[in-house]
Design a protein around this ligand. Sequence first.
Ligand code: PMP
Length: 301
Amino acid sequence: MNTTKYIWQNNKFIPWDDAKTHVLTHSLHYGSGAFEGIRAYATDKGTAIFRLPEHIKRLFYSISCIDMQLPYTEKEICEITLKLVAMNELKECYIRPLAYYGYGKMGVNPIGAPPEIAIACWAWDSYIAHPSVDLKVSEYVRIPRSVSIADAKLTGNYLNSILGLLKIKGTHYHETLFLDIDGYLAEGSADNIFVIKNNKIYTPRLGSILAGITRQTAIELAKDMGISVEEKNLKLEDIFTADEAFLTGTAIEIMPIRSIDDKLLGSGEAGKITKNIQKNYLDLVRGKHTNPKFQDYLAFV
Ligand code: PMP
């Protein structure tokens, strides 16, 4: 890892190597935590964190799903995050807030274990170092709403993603695509999916997927470009017959999909609409988008 000077843990900025927790930390055993993945980018006006309040709002929603209360407001966590990035003197970085039930009690019920929170940030360039990705449809289905709270970013939910990724270990696939329990397209292990057909964009409706902040941004950018976006149930055939498709996520940004289960999409090259959205997204996060309505999306460090 690209280590930095400081991590913020339980209200203290401490050296990276000192940010530790006991082995009997509740969430280590039972997945009783919630986290975020956020990025900061270099802009002409200095480093800016992209859609910080939205990420912290989602963190607070996720912790509320596991009955966790933290002694901080969303605004305070935003301010601490900005300060941490500044203290670490990073121009661009990935930011990982993690709230978890800590050490002090065992047993599955987390109530009684202390809620704790840490924020780390580090330089992390590309999540997948490829210009486009090959996907494999997973044998696992995405966690249905009747099993867990799929739209919360809970640590325990990620076992589903981990198992999906382990299935493609050692293959040429870069990412796994989950269907939901009814067989509709859901999402990747850490990203949302979009399909383009006849110049129209489609993406799975919310429900059993994470409400991705990049997904929301891509929808807004597409609409700003005058392209219609429909959120609806999509079948596998919809993607197999698509002209273009792409993934969205804070880590992966806008990633063209080259193939699914070895079937090339279109010509196999990143499509025109995907490339446009990707360019607009990268302009936006780096403060270069011309539409002033997106200005508030950058929180300057
Ligand atoms: N789905 C899952 C399962 C994820 O882990 C992520 C990454 N946070 C996403 C979608 C994309 O969300 P975002 O655009 O907010 O990063």
